[in-house]
Ligand binder design. Sequence first.
Ligand SMILES: [Zn+2]
Length: 363
Amino acid sequence: MLMKKYLLLSFILVANFCIAQQAENIIIITTDGFRWQEVFKGMDSAIANNKRFNQGDSSYLYEKYWGNDATERRKKLLPFLWSTVSAHGQLYGNRTLGNKVNNANPYWFSYPGYSEIMTGYADTAVNSNNYPPNPNVTVLEFFNQQPKLKGKVAAFGAWDAFDRILNEKRSGIPVISAFDASGGKTPTTQQKLINNMLADSYKPWLKEECLDVFTHYAALEELKTKKPKVLYIAYGETDEWAHGGQYRNYLDAAHQVDAWIKQIWDFVQNDPQYKNKTALLVTTDHGRGDIIKKEWTDHGSSIQDAYQIWFAVMGPNTPSGGEMKSDVQLYQKQFAQTMAKLMGYTFKAVHPIAEEIKSAVKK
Ligand SMILES: [Zn+2]
C-alpha cells in the first residue's frame, strides 16, 4: 500500500513536471529600435552629456538613470528585465561578452525586422516599410491554425504597418494597430474610454503611429477579458524619440515599457490560465548607430552596427541563465521557431525557417 502511494505520488510529480515543461501561452513584446547598448550598459553618458541630445537637462537623466557601473545603470533603466527576467530567464546580446544577436536581413529597419522576427525568414524581397501585405507566413498565423490556439491569437501595435506585416487579412488574426479602436462591436467600459482617449490624443506621428500608452492598455484589457493564448504587443516610441535625437524621451519610453512588462507579468502570475504556463519573449526589430559617429539616432544599412540586436526570454521551459555569456552568433530569424518550440510546436511554412535557439528551450 505504501509502495502504491509512493508510485502515485511520483507519478503526479512527474506529470506536473512534464506539464510545466511546455508553455501553453506566449506573450511577445517588441520595443522598436531599442539598442542593446542601453539594455546591457544602461544610460550612455556620452549621449546624455551632448547638448544636441539631452533636451536641455542632463541632470534629470543623471538623477534617474545614472549609476557607477553598467550593472547598476541597466537595473535603474530596466528594473524588471534586470530582476525577474535575469533571475528566471535569459538575456542575449551583450556583445562586450561575445554574445551576439544580429539581424539576418540586410536592411536594418522596421518592416524587414518584424517580418524576420515573425516569419523566421530574412526574405530580401521584403525591403521597404511600405511593403504590401506580407507574402510570408508568420508564426502568429501558424499558431492561429493550430486547433488549440485558433481564435486565441491577438496582436496590438502602435505602428499601422502591423496590419501588413502580420497580413491581418489572410492570417485572420485581429491586429489592433495605431488608431484602430479595440473591443469590436461590444467594447467594455474600459475599451470605450481607451478608444475615446486614443482618438483625442496628441498625434506626434500623425495617423501612422499612436503613443505607446494606448497600445499598452488596449492589449492589457484584451489579456484580462479575452485571455488570448498568444499575444503580441509592439511598442514604437523608443524608435521615434531616438530619431528625434531626444535621449530623455528615448530612455523614459524604454523605462516605461519595462514597467509595463512587469505589469503584464504580475497579471500573468496571478491568473490560473497563465501562471507558470506562459512564455515571454522581448526583443527589437533592429539596432542603431553609436554616439562616436553621432549616429545613435539612426539605423538602416548605411549606419554602422545597426544590425546589432538583443532579446530576452523567460517561461516554464526556458532554463534560467540570466545574462548569457557564451561566445555565440545568433540571428533574429531564429526567434519564430524558438517561439513555436516554447509552445511545443514545430513551425512549418513554404518558405525557409531558421532553427530555434536551442539554449532557450528545455528539451
Ligand atoms: Zn526607425
